[in-house]
Design a protein around this ligand. Structure first.
Ligand code: FES
Length: 164
């Protein structure tokens, strides 16, 4: 599991994000996205959720609601490499499931999970504008399209080589 430590340096960074966002409840989503970006593991631990809620006087339940509603936010640490599988209408018509299964097999995880070595996280995504090369996936903001079962292994291995 995560060895997250809420130290003073991080607290100061979060305070400055809160200040930039006027400690405003209306900017809660923006605050959470910015805070998540500066936390190793790209997630929002419980202690941080409580800290933010208290600082901007928002009920803890509301902060959790926002975190759980938005795909981009997470309460669990994520891998260095985020693989997003589009399941919006065009990719659904083009049968994204045919690439999802080999992806899950190659990684040994299901959607929503992170590999034990902390390298890959697999998630669903809404359309990211690659409908013309559907079925498509996005890996750390890099889009791969016209995918077939055979291409999956090569793509994953190329990221393994890059990040390991
Ligand atoms: S519907 Fe999948 S990328 Fe647009």
């Amino acid at each position: 599991m995560s060895d997250f430590i809420f130290n003073e340096e991080l607290m100061l960074k979060i305070d400055s994000i809160l200040e930039e966002n006027d400690y405003s409840e209306l900017k809660l989503l923006s605050i959470l996205l910015q805070v998540q970006e500066i936390i190793p593991g790209n997630f929002i631990p419980e202690v941080i959720t409580k800290y933010i809620s208290k600082k901007i006087s928002v009920p803890l339940s509301k902060t959790y609601e926002v975190i759980t509603f938005f795909e981009a936010l997470s309460t669990e640490p994520k891998g260095k490499i985020i693989i997003q599988v589009c399941k919006s209408p065009v990719c659904t018509v083009k049968k994204f499931e045919t690439i999802l299964e080999p992806l899950q097999n190659e990684l040994g995880i299901s959607v929503g999970e992170t590999t034990e070595d902390g390298l890959f996280t697999l998630q669903y995504s809404s359309c990211f504008g690659a409908c013309d090369i559907s079925p498509a996936i996005r890996i750390n903001n890099e889009v791969h399209g016209n995918l077939t079962k055979d291409k999956i292994k090569d793509i994953i291995n190329s990221y393994r080589r890059k990040f390991q």
